[in-house]
Design a protein around this ligand. Sequence first.
Ligand code: ZN
Length: 587
Amino acid sequence: MYVDKSKIEEIKNRVDIVDLVSEYLTLKKAGRNFTGLCPFHQEKTPSFSVNRDKQIFYCFGCGEGGNVITFLMKIADKTFPEAIEYLAEKTGVVLPPMSSGKEGRQKDSLKDGIINLNLKAAQQFSRNLASPAGTAARKYLQNRGIAEEIIKQFRLGYVPDTWRSLTDYIENNGFSMKLAEQAGLVIAGKEGSFYDRFRGRLIFPIENVFGEIVAFGGRILEKGEPKYLNSPESPVYIKGKNLYGLNKAKEEIRKRGFALIVEGYFDLISLWNAGICNVVATLGTALTREHIELLRRYTVDVVALFDPDEAGIKALDRSLELFLSTQMRARALILPGGDDPDDYVRKFGKEKMEELISRSQPLSDYYIENVLGRGKTFEDKRDMIKTAMEFIDKISDKKEKDLFIKRIAEKTGINEELLIKETYKNAPQGEQKGGKTKQPVNINNDVVELHLIQLMLEYPQKIIQVENENILDYFLQPELQNLAKKIIDAYKLLGFIDIGVILSANENASLRERIFQSMMKALPADDTMLEKIFTDNVRQIKRKCYKEQHRQIKLKLSKAQENGNEDLLNKLLYEKENILMKEKELN
Ligand SMILES: [Zn+2]
C-alpha cells in the first residue's frame, strides 16, 4: 500500500495521541506525561506513558510503544491502511483512493459491506417499531417503562413475524442477499430463496467500541423459543469479544471509576433507563478473558452481577478466576429475592440499586463465604481445604495468591501457615519468593550515539544531514549504528518515520526502553535549540571516535616500537598527527 506521506503527516498533526488513547483507557496527568494502566499487558500500577509533546506512547512494563498509528493498529487490531483510513475519516483528511493487496481490500470491503448493511437493517427495524406493525412491541417497552429517548439511543427496533420482512426490504432495495446471509441477517432456504433470521422479535443492535453495528440480538415477543436470539458470528462479530453497551458506557465508566457487568440487553437498558449508565452486558455468554481485556482499558474496578442460584455460583467461580488472573478488582452484586436488575430497578428504583452496588462485597470474600462455606467438622474443613487449594492453584499472581490465602484463613479459621505450606509444596524452589526477577537492563549502550538516534526519531528533518555528513561512520557501537542505518533507510523509502515500527523491529528490548525513556523525558526543542543540541551531539560523537582511534594507535605504536618497525612507526605517527588535527578542528 502507498499513502502519500504528506497525508500521513497531516493526519498525525490532526490527531492528539492523548485524546486518542483516552478513548481506550483512562489516563492521568503525571508531570509532563500522562500515565495509565497498559492495555497491552496486565498490571496494577500504571507504567503506560503518553507524551503529548512528542505524540508517542511507551509502556515501561512490556515495551510496547509508538505513535497514534501504531497505537490504533495494536489496540483496535487494525492493519496499517485500516488505521490510516480510520484516522483520516476521524480527522476529515481526504485520502486518494488506495490500492493495497487485493485480498486485504476484498476483506475490508466485506467487513464494510456488512457494517453498512447492518446499519440499513437497523434503520428498517426501527421504522418497523414506529409503524402500526410495531404496536405490540411498543406496548411491551412502554409496560417496562423504557423512555422514548432510550429507544432512540440504543436504536431499538422490531421485526414482524412474517418470515420475509427484512428479506423483502433487502431485495427491494437492491442489496446483496449473499452479503445479508454473511451478516447473519437472513438464512438461505430452498432453491436460492432466503428468509428472515429474526422474526416477531424486539431487536437490539449490537455495537462495537467504535459504535458500528456488528450484530443483532432479538427478544421474542409472543411465545416461542429461544427467548433471546443473537446473530451468528460473522467477519465483524465474534462471540465473547464484544461487550454490549461499552461504546455508550465508556465515558460514564471512566467518570465513576468502575463498571457494572450484567448479563442481558434488557438488564442494561433498564439500568440506563433508570439513570445507571456505567453498565456493560456480556450477552448471555460467560465472561471471557477478551471481555476483561476490553473492559480493563477503562477501569480495573468492576461490580459483577450474579444470580444466587447454582448456575450463578458456577459463573461466579469462573469469573473470580478470570478477575484474579487479570488483576481486576471485582465485587459481587447479588440481588435479593431472585430479581434480575430489570425487575429490581423497576420495583425499587435507582437509589436502592446504587446502594446495593455500593455495598457489594469483594468477589473473593463472597466466594470464600458462600462457596467454600464455613465447615465445622474436621471432614468439612478438609473438603474446604481441598476446594480452596484447587482454586488457589489457578491464581497466577503471587501477591493475589497470598492475599487470597490470608482471607481464607481469616474467614474459615484454617491455619494460614498450613495453607501456605500446602500451596507451595509442589512449587519449584525459588519461585516462592518475589516471583519473576527482572532481566538486567544494563547493556553497554553509548549515551551520545543513543542521543543522536533519539534526535533522528524526534526530528526526522535531521536524518538526511546525518547521512550526508557520514556521521554514522563515527559510531562505535555496531548495534546502534545498525539501528541508525535502518532509520535512514526507512526515511528515504517512506519519507516519514514511524518510531513504533522501527523500534518494534528492534529485538533489543532494553535498548528500545532506553530510547523511549529518553524521548519521554526530553523537552521539545525549537529550531535554534535543536541546531545547537544536534551540533553538540555530533561533536561529542566524533570526539569519542577520535579518542578511540587515538587509543588504538597508541597500542599499535608501542608494538611497532617494541618490534623496531620504523616504517610502521612513522606511518602511525603521521596518522596520529592527523587525528589530533581533526580533534582540534572540532573545538
Ligand atoms: Zn504494557
